[in-house]
Design a protein. Sequence first.
Length: 292
Amino acid sequence: VCVCVCTIEPTVPAMAAVTPRSLGLGALTLLNFVFVFGTGVEFVRFVSFRAIYHNLSGPGGAPQCRDSVGWAEALRRRSVLSSMCVDGGLILLFALQHSALAWPPLKRLCQAGLGVLHRGFYTFTTALTLQVLMRCWQPVSGAPCLWSVSGAPWDTWLPLLCFILHFLCWMVICSILLIFDYAELLGIKQVYYHCLGLGDPLSMKSPRAQRLFSHLRHPVFVELCVVLWALPCLPLDRLLLAVGLTTYLALGHSLDTQDCAYLHAQLRSKLQLFSQPVMGEGGASSTNHKTD
């Protein structure tokens, strides 16, 4: 359940001075946004739609796995072990980057050295690591699949069902990113506030919301797990990717009872707000809802 945590926006000055430094910060932030957004689109294709259609067995297509080979024989093959080592190293590289830059001592060091660009630097290095992972990933076609659908009619219907399920999950993920303020997640809002002299946007949120954001590193855990595992064919390299990312997401999910109580209170507040009748222009709402 995702709940919108609102921020009370401060009053923006009537006129903000435009300086070469602010223009440079804005240009770097926009370039970073384009790179991160493009990487996100490519990651959706890599982890979701390409996995459903690109390497499925069919006329003119290379098979994803070799079911005629046993697991014992496949795991002794040098090509299989080499590809698994490369893929495992790429997953480890992503996990190290994503966790090391979020480690408090290193995070404070980046904030001191990069200032307002530290969040943008984090998203840039994440996107760069994903680019390396996607471009250097090695499929394992010399081993059997964990499961594979090849008989009619499921060889047609199951990929279609997986496509619909993945599409819905990505729509939910995009909605959650919008709810959790994607501009702040990408570092755009920090630069904008800095140029206007408004400080850190995170400081405008309540202490309970700040505590939640410090624990909720991956608000799309369930949806990403569905995307990783709901496939008509699961070859060995995709199994390695699903296990690695699922384990990392599970270890990074650290909500406690206070966070859950805060989310429950926010959900109840939003449901009460939406259940109120819409007042006309001359009417006034009898209750003012204050976001905690």
